[in-house]
Design a protein around this ligand. Structure first.
Ligand SMILES: Cc1cc2nc3c(=O)[nH]c(=O)nc-3n(C[C@H](O)[C@H](O)[C@H](O)COP(=O)(O)OP(=O)(O)OC[C@H]3O[C@@H](n4cnc5c(N)ncnc54)[C@H](O)[C@@H]3O)c2cc1C
Length: 415
């Protein structure tokens, strides 16, 4: 069978790319090994799909090459995706921090992408596993097949072989193997000579050390707003070329560690051996009332002040863990030290919950070997990589889908 473009993986990026190429009159085959398309979209955003973020900037992404995403993000913006959503009369709202969600269901986004694919005559096939891709040889050309001489690749699948001029790899990363994640895209990239920036779990809960587990785990369910920051190892910080950003969002204590949006955000920057730190009471001088007077400087006053700004159980535990200390006889300096501990709760996690629980994979196909305007390989003409398989990873908040749409639109216009 002969196609112009074969797209591997029918997630967000693959579907978008398929219909963009189809609209240009390309004959497109979209292959998916799951039983249906867009499975991650269906579970995203708590079932309502946080499909973009109106504040998207290149700074909201991690990559070894921070400039790479700029071109695609500038040419397919959140506005462009919103126009598509509005064309399909899908109702949406801004939840917080520029995050747009469907009013009703993520199913609407999948249905929209399916309709666009059908209108662009994309041949979509589910339940087909792509086994390998190889360069076409003269012996692959079947006499009389249209454009047979232009076939550059043969895609070998569980449903037969397909010859094509362009292959777009949209096979995603390693996160949530239960949803079809395989690492296939990385293997394929390596076979064609590409470098892979080591994949690791991102947007993932962190696991306490043994000592911290004893101190905090029975508080599972307690949540409060923090300013979170990852203090990567010196080596990782040098690699990241710059300071990791800070996030003011909620932290949730779990049975095994910490989670919640603030923790997920810093987890993408965290490296094994590194620390994370949380300002537990951002913008508040909690112990100011103690400093203002000479008497009543004791743990019960400290607890009274603390429980006005932290959940009672957290305030109580924080005090109890220090109750044997006498902070410098409650001098101003001693109280100031307590205050600074509150603004820098520092943990050295034992690890993360891993790919089974990670929303994204950080790392992937090295962008230094891709064309930033088209996503085409600089090593192999006609081979493209888009979406999560590429070493571009967004923050929590709709940025990962915006990267999927933008990189897909770039490749769909060129493949
Ligand atoms: C629980 C959860 C919630 C999320 N919520 C949000 C959110 O609200 N907003 C946001 O921006 N991001 C969210 N994300 C991240 C977002 O889902 C991903 O970044 C995005 O789906 C990546 O799209 P993709 O098309 O590159 O990859 P995927 O969606 O992973 O698609 C890749 C496809 O390729 C298929 N495939 C793999 N190997 C093969 C093979 N050998 N043959 C054939 N097919 C193959 C897979 O089955 C899969 O369908 C969430 C992620 C998770 C896990």
């Amino acid at each position: 069978m002969q196609y112009d473009v074969v797209v591997l993986g029918a997630g967000a990026a693959g579907m978008m790319c398929a219909f963009e190429a189809g609209k240009r009159g390309r004959r497109v085959l979209l292959l998916e090994h799951g039983e249906r398309v867009g499975r991650k979209i269906l579970i995203s955003g708590g079932g309502r799909c946080n499909f973009t973020n109106v504040r998207t900037k290149a700074e909201n992404f991690l990559s070894e090459n921070p400039h790479f995403a700029k071109s695609a993000l500038a040419r397919f913006t959140p506005r462009d995706f919103i126009a598509l959503v509005e064309k399909h009369r899908i109702k949406y709202h801004e939840k917080t921090l520029g995050q747009l969600f469907c009013d009703d269901s993520a199913k609407q986004i999948v249905a929209m992408l399916e309709r666009e694919c059908a209108e662009a005559s994309v041949d979509t096939r589910c339940g087909v596993t792509v086994r390998s891709v190889r360069r076409a040889q003269a012996s692959d050309a079947s006499p009389g097949a249209p454009d047979a001489s232009q076939a550059r690749f043969v895609v070998e699948t569980s449903a037969g072989n397909f010859a094509c001029a362009s292959v777009v790899v949209a096979a995603g990363g390693l996160s949530i193997p239960a949803m079809g994640a395989t690492g296939f895209g990385y293997d394929l990239a390596r076979e064609f000579g590409h470098t892979i920036v080591e994949p690791r779990a991102g947007l993932v809960p962190l696991v306490f050390s043994v000592a911290d587990r004893e101190h905090w785990c029975d508080l599972a369910g307690v949540a409060f707003e923090v300013v979170a920051r990852a203090q990567a190892t010196v080596e990782a910080a040098a690699k990241a070329r710059g300071k990791a950003p800070v996030f003011r969002e909620a932290l949730l204590v779990t049975h095994r560690g910490v989670s919640g949006p603030a923790v997920l955000q810093v987890s993408s920057y965290w490296r094994p051996g590194g620390e994370v730190s949380f300002d537990m009471v951002p913008g508040v001088e909690v112990f100011q009332p103690l400093l203002a007077r000479a008497s009543g400087r004791d743990w019960s006053s400290a607890y009274a002040a603390l429980r006005t700004v932290l959940p009672t159980r957290m305030a109580e535990r924080w005090v109890r863990l220090r109750a044997n200390e006498n902070p410098g006889d409650w001098t101003n300096a001693g109280i100031a030290r307590l205050e600074s501990e509150l603004h820098a709760w520092t943990l050295r996690p034992d690890g993360s919950e891993g790919f089974a629980k990670a929303e994204v994979t950080v790392g992937g196909v090295d962008t230094r070997e891709l064309d930033a305007r088209t996503m085409e390989s600089q090593r192999v003409a006609g081979l493209y990589f888009i979406g999560e398989v590429v070493d571009v990873t967004g923050w929590l908040g709709g940025y990962n889908f915006q990267w999927a749409w933008a990189s897909a639109a770039a490749a769909g216009a060129a493949a």
